[in-house]
Design a protein around this ligand. Structure first.
Ligand SMILES: [Zn+2]
Length: 144
């Protein structure tokens, strides 16, 4: 098995569905930060068969709950001084502000830079998550 050094301080995102790691990477904007980031893909997993893992060094101030739009099973591990000090699952957010865009091409949020796209949770079941745009009421669906 591929060996990757652990991190002393930072975040380990575990149990990401195999193949979703890159989406998580972009959703958190990890291509734009200066800290060291490792993306591991198709790692063997007891529960999932295969999974992706992301390790971020020296930073923990991310909005992890937005990741539930990609995969609701992601586990967040906060590492401090080489020890895991916190472990939690991402939670489906009630509101999403400024992190995704409205897919309605005529929505005002796609024209006005001063209006932040704002969505409220509309429906949720085992398969799908739905959010409604505050401005145009367009519904955006996310597959679970
Ligand atoms: Zn809209």
């Amino acid at each position: 098995m591929l060996e990757v050094k652990g991190i002393l301080n930072g975040v380990v995102l575990d149990h990401i569905k195999a193949g979703k790691g890159l989406e998580v990477f972009h959703m958190l904007g990890l291509d734009k930060i200066d800290e060291a980031v490792v993306l591991l893909m198709n790692v063997d997993s007891k529960d999932l068969g295969k999974k992706d893992i992301i390790k971020i060094e020296n930073r923990v101030d991310f909005d992890f709950n937005i990741l539930s739009l990609i995969d609701t099973h992601i586990t967040v591990n906060i590492i401090k001084d080489d020890k895991r000090v916190q472990k939690f699952k991402v939670e489906v957010p009630e509101n999403i502000i400024g992190q995704i865009n409205c897919k309605n091409p005529r929505c005002i949020t796609n024209f006005d830079d001063y209006i932040k796209p704002t969505f409220h949770k509309y429906a949720e079941n085992e398969k799908v998550l739905e959010y409604v745009c505050e401005f145009c009421e367009e519904i955006t669906k996310f597959k679970k």
